[in-house]
Ligand binder design. Sequence first.
Ligand code: CP
Length: 309
Amino acid sequence: MKHLMNPLDLSVEEMDRMFDLAGDIERNPEKYSHICDGKRIATLFYEPSTRTRLSFESAMLNLGGQVIGFPDGGVSSAAKGESVADTIRVVSCFADICAMRHPKEGAPYVAAEFSKIPVINAGDGGHQHPTQTLTDLLTIRSLQGRLDNFTVGICGDLKFGRTTHSLVNALARYKGIRFIFISPPELRIPDYITEMLSSKDIEFSEVIKLEDSIADLDVLYMTRVQRERFFNEDDYVRLKDFYVLTQEKLRNAKESMLILHPLPRVNEISVDVDSDPRAAYFKQVQYGVYVRMALILTLLGLVPEEYNA
Ligand code: CP
């Protein structure tokens, strides 16, 4: 049985096949509308979510399956002290696959250890968010036609932003990727990630000002400052508007540059950017449903023959 905890749990070849499958799902949704008849996904969300939970639920409904779960640990028996290990043993009796989000790093790993069904990490603390990465890569591949030879700027809260950690891990496996990490010093990318890049001779730089590097970028990945991970509200208030992308700041950017954001947006992209042809963050949400459909089929062993290795 396979789980998904980290994007690196999938090889590049497995990811590419999943993206091909997601493309077929986009083009031929009716072909997939009953593949999961009789199957259930449990969405166990101990932390708030709009996109990830609802896109997993939409994905399973689009495949003909059903959804059970809870949107908040406070309405589950976690509030009475039940452990993640016990909860997943119980949920394994009710569902065929599970997506779990938890504020504690590693909680979905514990669930996977005790589970009888595939577990998908839907975001664990400031650690990893592998299905956001599948969404991000499918968006880039669908809109640019490839996943190699890009200069990628990642901007904002690179310390606590789990989507950025997963994205760098996954993109680092493609040829010709160069990273520019744009953050205030307090929110710089963790050392374990820069050490991984150095060990693989992957080019990266760290800068503070977005304006200094925007002209070089093929992809600009904006992120919000993660208020829920700060120990001190004053620090959050000081840093929350450090970056605000506006039409004015895009003046020197390439015409072909993609602007991505995992969302939710707070204030880091001005709404006047939404109508810019480079803004792809709402398209990203739709790709997130296709790729989660492909992931559910993969983990349940229901991939049509032509997309199996
Ligand atoms: N991108 C993302 O994880 O959004 P949600 O927190 O709304 O699920």
